[in-house]
Design a protein around this ligand. Structure first.
Ligand SMILES: Cc1cc2nc3c(=O)[nH]c(=O)nc-3n(C[C@H](O)[C@H](O)[C@H](O)COP(=O)(O)OP(=O)(O)OC[C@H]3O[C@@H](n4cnc5c(N)ncnc54)[C@H](O)[C@@H]3O)c2cc1C
Ligand code: FES
Length: 266
């Protein structure tokens, strides 16, 4: 069930270079939102409200704190909508619809999880890591970014996470694509959850097909979204079991089932 909410901003902080975390007060939405879900955010907020951004922007539920009645989103400025959000201030009110998309549930048999984050992928994975941490599962996070300044701060990660990093310039961890670390840690993993740029997800899918990954990899897909609720058909993805919509059937898909060519056609 999704709802329309007017959310009051509690805080906005740049937690890493160009990476902003917005915390909202909303006990009901915090309670309803599950890992893997997202919000459709009206970015007409604060000083940029004169811009009139017609379409809402999809942003993942980054984390929830049910005790405090709060939830947060984490975003990078890439265009007008996210720029407007980055200029909001505490006390501003944002209009959102959510939670949307299918929640991800960790199977009760799972004991050891590898998370693979490329760039902003961490925004969608952290809520699931929080759940895994509460269940005392073994969590390995492979975190990739352009450079060390753009990595999500380690001190904000849930308790018990073992983190390995890779950066494009070698300023943190190894200098390589993050997928290079997967083979080192996958041995005892029960499942892999991944979020990041399309080429990273496709590379993981190919590794699974080639037998280089022994376990299923669930990837959170992104696309531009006009409605977020299955009406505009603008977010299709072809899979082995037919055409799906990322907004209602996903965003999480078993990467082995995705037909990648469909993702690159405009
Ligand atoms: C389910 C879902 C969850 C998402 N979660 C997050 C999140 O937690 N944090 C975050 O920072 N971003 C997230 N995104 C991506 C985010 O929606 C876009 O970055 C945002 O809509 C851009 O809006 P804008 O007005 O700032 O930029 P625009 O002016 O709309 O676009 C700027 C540039 O970004 C490109 N772009 C826009 N949307 C996307 C997209 N979805 N994928 C790839 N390229 C895009 C445009 O083609 C353009 O080149 C998510 C997307 C989806 C579908
Ligand atoms: S965004 Fe409209 S159908 Fe998915």
């Amino acid at each position: 069930m999704n709802h329309h909410y007017q959310l009051k901003i509690i805080s906005l902080k740049e937690v890493a270079m160009g990476l902003f975390r917005l915390v909202f007060q909303s006990p009901q939405l915090a309670n309803e939102s599950k890992p893997g879900q997202f919000l459709m955010v009206d970015c007409n907020v604060g000083i940029a409200s004169t811009e009139n951004l017609f379409l809402r922007r999809p942003l993942a539920v980054h984390r929830t704190n049910i005790k405090e009645g709060q939830l947060s989103i984490l975003f990078q400025v890439v265009g007008k909508g996210t720029l407007a959000l980055s200029k909001a201030t505490a006390g501003d009110v944002i209009d959102v619809i959510g939670p949307l998309g299918k929640p991800i549930e960790i199977d009760s048999s799972v004991e050891n999880i590898v998370f693979v984050s490329g760039g902003l992928g961490i925004a969608s994975l952290t809520a699931l890591m929080d759940v895994a941490s509460e269940r005392n599962l073994k969590i390995t996070l492979l975190s990739g970014a352009r450079n060390s300044y753009r990595l999500y701060p380690t001190q904000l990660l849930p308790e018990g996470v073992i983190e390995m990093t890779a950066t494009d310039d070698g300023s943190a961890g190894i200098r390589a694509p993050i997928t290079h670390l997967v083979s080192q840690v996958q041995e005892n993993a029960d499942i892999i959850y991944a979020c990041g740029p399309l080429p990273m997800l496709e590379a993981l899918s190919q590794m699974r097909t080639d037998g280089m990954l022994a376990v299923d990899t669930i990837g959170l897909l992104e696309s531009q979204m006009a409605c977020g609720i299955g009406l505009c058909k603008g977010c299709v993805v072809d899979t082995d079991s037919g055409t799906k919509l990322i907004c209602v059937d996903g965003p999480a898909f078993n990467l082995r089932e995705v037909i990648w060519e469909s993702q690159y056609t405009p």
